[in-house]
Ligand binder design. Structure first.
Ligand code: SAM
Length: 219
């Protein structure tokens, strides 16, 4: 009864968010369907659950945020995933983007440096019946060489530079998305590994929390 009432309460809000994403230019149906499948209100603290379907970042504790839905949608749409890829996410945060990725790729690996957040994300994913995210606590700027190469690597935090270990762990044809800049603002950078080189392009302006690690900012 209670679960059905909660689903009804958030169902309308979720549909409105999807319409808002479409109006903001997200045309990728698989990405929109992923937003429809994954209940964002399960990935935010109860105190802000009433705002779960606003197109806004929200606090998730430990000074971190769940990113704005349109930013997650932009990253996912850029990757054009087909369902066959091996993907690495740096910055698990709430676990919401990892959950979206399970709807779009074959395998999802996610690294978070704050153990308490990683555990919280693990519980939220389990509560939603999502078992296929392989998580680790550690410095994501070093990547996860044991499982490389990756078809896509998404960095959900701001980096002062492109972390070299991540480019090295891309498969040929693979893409890295990373916001690069200072702590006040960044540009989203896409790096594509070609057979014998790397191609780089600067995309949208962004504002993320800092990536802290050996190839990021100092703690
Ligand atoms: N996409 C996430 C979500 O769906 O909730 C939000 C990511 S949040 C904006 C950025 C996350 O990156 C934070 O949880 C932060 O602790 C984490 N982070 C920062 N530096 C990191 C690093 N070197 N390795 C792994 N995670 C890191």
């Amino acid at each position: 009864m209670v679960a059905a009432a909660v689903a009804r309460q958030f169902g309308g809000a979720r549909r409105r968010l999807i319409e808002e994403l479409e109006a903001k230019g997200v045309g990728d149906l698989a990405v929109l369907k992923a937003f429809d499948d994954v209940p964002r209100h399960h990935f935010v603290p109860t105190g802000v659950a009433h705002r779960a379907y606003e197109d806004a970042p929200l606090p998730i504790g430990h000074g971190q945020t769940i990113s704005q839905p349109s930013v997650h949608a932009r990253f996912l749409a850029l990757l054009r995933l087909t369902g066959r890829e091996r993907v690495l996410e740096i910055g698990t945060g709430s676990g919401f983007q990892a959950a979206l990725l399970t709807r779009l790729a074959a395998s999802v690996f996610s690294i978070e440096r704050i153990a308490a957040l990683a555990e919280q994300a693990r519980e939220c994913l389990r509560a939603c019946g999502i078992e296929q995210v392989i998580q680790r606590v550690g410095d994501g700027t070093l990547g996860w060489p044991e499982f490389a190469p990756f078809d896509a690597i998404l960095v959900g935090a701001a980096s002062p530079e492109i972390p070299v270990p991540l480019t090295e762990q891309l498969a040929v044809g693979g893409q890295l998305l990373v916001p690069v800049g200072d702590k006040q603002g960044q540009a989203l950078v896409r790096v594509v590994r070609t057979a014998d080189d790397f191609r780089q392009e600067r995309l949208d302006p962004m504002r993320f929390v800092p990536l802290i690690g050996a190839h990021g900012f100092e703690a």
